[in-house]
Design a protein around this ligand. Structure first.
Ligand code: ACO
Length: 405
């Protein structure tokens, strides 16, 4: 690493790195990512092992405290997730005042930001776990209630309150789909799939939304509004919003007589803005390790629930054609985390416009861990303030209004 600050001081040079292709914004001990080899580890543990063996709350604990919980610690943390699941009743009125088809992402970002006012964030917060304060535990639990309530309001169905005897993922699915006179049957295979999906999304070092959380937080903004900003960044179709764009794209290809080559050609056309959603990644030069697991989960879920989804066929065929195409090969464009996840969410009954909300639920522990890391490290908590290379006119004599033509 080069001492960029020294370069500025000694030479006056500013590094121009639009898109931050090669700019490290901080030092971090949370997530290790090797994009050449397709390795992703949280706090040193491989995501393959974590996804196979852990609960999402266990991984959240790991990201936030640096260590996997003991049995007792995990039990206490699960208990707290149940304890904090309700949201202030006054917040429920918020839902009534969004327009009927409001985006679940705008609802989520608004409601998470407003938690700051309903649950004042304290400087001397209780921190029984060494890394998970009351403030963070509340957010982790309440975000899932907010997400499920926004769906119920959108559907016009009565709210289903969280149940303390259900696991994190089962509780969420129950709040989403249980209805009066139509009790929801919690399918273990869906709970397990959701658990894996959330784990695989839980952190990904300095991606756009995490960098946003850090940047906003670096100005001294508290946790809840910083996370609200991260949710907005995630919304973009080049980032978390790609999971929605993938399904729309697969539906389009299916409706267009499966004309794969037409869409592949369009994605390769330098004059067209169209891209194959769910392909490519800033860091990975090989298959995204998360996508490999998610693809397998997708097959397992559909097979065990005996669901045939034509979009899975379309996705697999598209992937195969792309894999044999020189354009995509030469640019190392492989399926990313968003390519197969939506097909699993569809099997769960989650509507397409909520897919990015699901991503946010998963990414939350990572965002919080980074916000905490930034605040605990004096060096990296310096306010984020990039420079620019000014290319405009440096000075012009002022022209009064009456003299302008
Ligand atoms: N379809 C077609 N071409 C692509 C794609 C794609 N999905 N992705 C990249 N390319 C091409 C670019 O056109 C460019 O070609 P060129 O060298 O001829 O100009 C080359 O590959 C490199 O692409 P960049 O845009 O420079 O790569 P960058 O690292 O800036 O972008 C990104 C990464 C945003 C993920 C990009 O691959 C993309 O837009 N993918 C589709 C959207 C998507 O799936 N986003 C989710 C990413 S994962 C996540 O955020 C959770």
């Amino acid at each position: 690493a080069i001492d960029i600050r020294g370069l500025l001081r000694d030479t006056g040079y500013i590094t121009l790195d639009s898109g931050y292709m090669n700019t490290g914004s901080c030092e971090s001990t949370i997530t290790y990512l090797d994009g050449e080899q397709g390795i992703l580890r949280y706090r040193g543990y491989d995501i393959v092992d974590l996804a196979e063996n852990c609960l999402f709350v266990e991984v959240a604990y790991l990201l936030l405290t640096g260590e996997l919980p003991t049995y007792d610690e995990l039990e206490k943390f699960k208990f707290d997730m149940g304890k904090y699941a309700l949201i202030h009743e006054d917040m429920i009125h918020f839902f009534d005042h969004f327009p009927p088809h409001a985006s679940p992402m705008s609802i989520l970002s608004t409601m998470v930001g407003s938690l700051h006012d309903f649950y004042p964030e304290m400087d001397l917060d209780e921190d029984p776990y060494g890394g998970i304060t009351t403030t963070t535990a509340r957010l982790l639990s309440k975000i899932r209630t907010i997400a499920a309530f926004s769906y119920k309001k959108n559907m016009g169905h009565p709210l289903v309150y969280p149940r303390a005897n259900l696991s994190y993922c089962a509780n969420f699915l129950n709040m989403m789909f249980d209805r009066p006179n139509m009790p929801y049957k919690i399918e273990p295979v869906l709970v397990a799939a959701l658990n894996k999906l959330l784990i695989l999304h839980a952190d990904h070092e300095q991606n756009c939304s995490t960098s946003t959380v850090r940047l906003v937080g670096s100005a001294g903004v508290r946790l809840y509004p910083s996370i609200s900003a991260g949710i907005s960044a995630l919304w973009g179709p080049l980032h978390g919003g790609a999971n929605v764009a993938v399904i729309r794209m697969l539906e389009r290809i299916l409706a267009d007589n499966r004309s794969y080559d037409k869409y592949i050609a369009l994605a390769k056309d330098p004059d067209s803005p169209f891209r194959l959603s769910g392909f490519g990644h800033r860091v990975y030069r090989t298959y995204d390790p998360r996508a490999a697991i998610i693809k397998q989960v997708c097959h397992d879920v559909l097979a065990s629930l005996d669901i045939t989804d034509p979009l899975l066929e379309v996705a697999m065929e598209l992937e195969e054609r792309v894999a044999n195409d020189e354009y995509f090969q030469s640019r190392n464009l492989y399926p990313n985390v968003d390519f197969y996840s939506g097909i699993i969410y569809r099997a769960m009954g989650i509507p397409t416009n909520m897919f990015t909300v699901m991503f946010a639920l998963g990414r939350l522990p990572g965002w919080i861990a980074h916000w905490q890391e930034m605040n605990s490290d004096k060096e990296s908590s310096r306010i984020g303030r990039p420079r620019q290379v000014y290319q405009g006119i440096v000075h012009r004599p002022f022209v009064p209004l009456e003299a302008r033509s």
